[in-house]
Design a protein around this ligand. Structure first.
Ligand code: COI
Length: 356
């Protein structure tokens, strides 16, 4: 589709904004939504009727396939406002490519690039007042696709809805993060959907994460499904381990999400001449490093959570505490990353994408 087709996005604006009802100093992640949303339907083999309209409920048949077979994928990205009032996205091309990669894995038709970018930038421009300035503030953007064909036969839907919602956000995690290393449950398996941002990947984590919470831990570090020997992801994030001054993280595979923050951290580390090893990381080597003092940091990396240091981990009922690192890798990468996102530093990688 070319620009002229994307220009056909039908725009219906709210009569009055809800922005005055939102307490921007006390936001619970993902609970408030901006005034408008984007919606586009797939029918008869084409994506059609792109529209921006007031945020509000949908009417969908209870027979729609998404409710029965979980055929749904999503993305997470953020808009930032700089000190001059300009609004930027961070590496949106990566999210565009990944939602289509996820869609292919879930037998969902790919979404056209021109409508994606036109919808995204138009929506952010319309709701620009929902992007608050100041480090820590952002507008979390949630594109997603759901299967809307009515029918409970277990086969791919012939109809879909692609949508974009936007939610003003601050920190995803507050306070200390303690994690349990999984030795029973798994997040993904070889040949599975771990590399896709499939909705069910997240829903399936809730039960084991609740069990971890009951024991006083916020998240689970997932290990490989075969024999739980290798460390893979942390909760909703990719995970990094700093052993002495080397950074370790699991390599991308069909079990691991190709995280945008993950790949940005790796690029920043390489720029800073830090050795990065993308390789299978054994649980036993991290436990050993914790015992001999060479494990300096563990941190999660993700769009919502940015960079989140882990303070302690539990493995087979033994708790290993990590010393707080004021000037550690996590705080350094967080600063370097957010300085680029908020237009406070040069952007040697070309990651910032100007919206207005
Ligand atoms: C993100 O970081 O965007 C995520 O996908 C996490 C989300 C499940 C809150």
């Amino acid at each position: 589709m070319n620009t002229s087709a994307a220009e056909k996005i039908d725009i219906q604006k709210v009569e009055s904004s809800r922005i005055g009802q939102v307490d921007f100093n006390n936001l619970t992640f993902g609970s408030a939504f901006s005034d408008h949303m984007f919606e586009c339907d797939y029918k008869d083999g084409v994506w059609q009727n792109p529209k921006i309209k007031p945020y509000g409920p949908l009417t969908i048949s209870p027979g729609a396939k998404v409710f029965h077979y979980g055929q749904a994928v999503f993305e997470g990205m953020k808009a930032f406002k700089d000190e001059a009032g300009k609004v930027w996205l961070f590496r949106p091309e990566q999210n565009f490519l990944r939602i289509n990669k996820s869609s292919v894995r879930m037998a969902i038709p790919e979404f056209p690039r021109d409508i994606f970018f036109e919808a995204l930038t138009t929506l952010v421009k319309i709701d620009k007042d929902w992007v608050k300035p100041g480090q820590g503030n952002s507008l979390y953007i949630r594109p997603f696709v759901i299967a809307t064909q009515v029918g409970v036969s277990a086969s791919p839907s012939t109809e879909y809805k692609f949508m974009i919602l936007m939610s003003p956000a601050q920190a995803y995690y507050t306070g200390d993060i303690k994690v349990i290393i999984a030795d029973h449950y798994s997040r993904s398996a070889n040949g599975g959907v771990g590399a896709a941002k499939a909705a069910g990947n997240y829903g399936a984590q809730f039960f084991p994460t609740n069990l971890a919470r009951e024991k006083g831990f916020q998240q689970v570090i997932w290990t490989d499904a075969s024999n739980h020997q290798y460390l893979e992801e942390a909760g909703t994030m990719n995970v990094f381990f700093r052993v002495n001054d080397t950074l370790l993280t699991a390599p991308i595979s069909d079990r691991i999400l190709d995280g945008v923050t993950r790949k940005s951290v790796i690029a920043l580390a390489k720029q800073d001449n830090i050795t990065v090893e993308e390789r299978p990381v054994l649980v036993s080597e991290i436990v050993e490093a914790a015992k001999n003092g060479s494990l300096k940091e563990i941190f999660g990396a993700g769009t919502a959570a940015v960079i989140s240091p882990v303070n302690a981990f539990s493995y087979q009922d033994i708790i290993y505490e990590l010393e707080k690192q004021e000037d550690g890798f996590a705080s350094r990468f967080k600063k370097e990353l957010t300085d680029i996102q908020y237009n406070l530093s040069e952007d040697p990688f070309g990651w910032r994408y100007e919206v207005l």
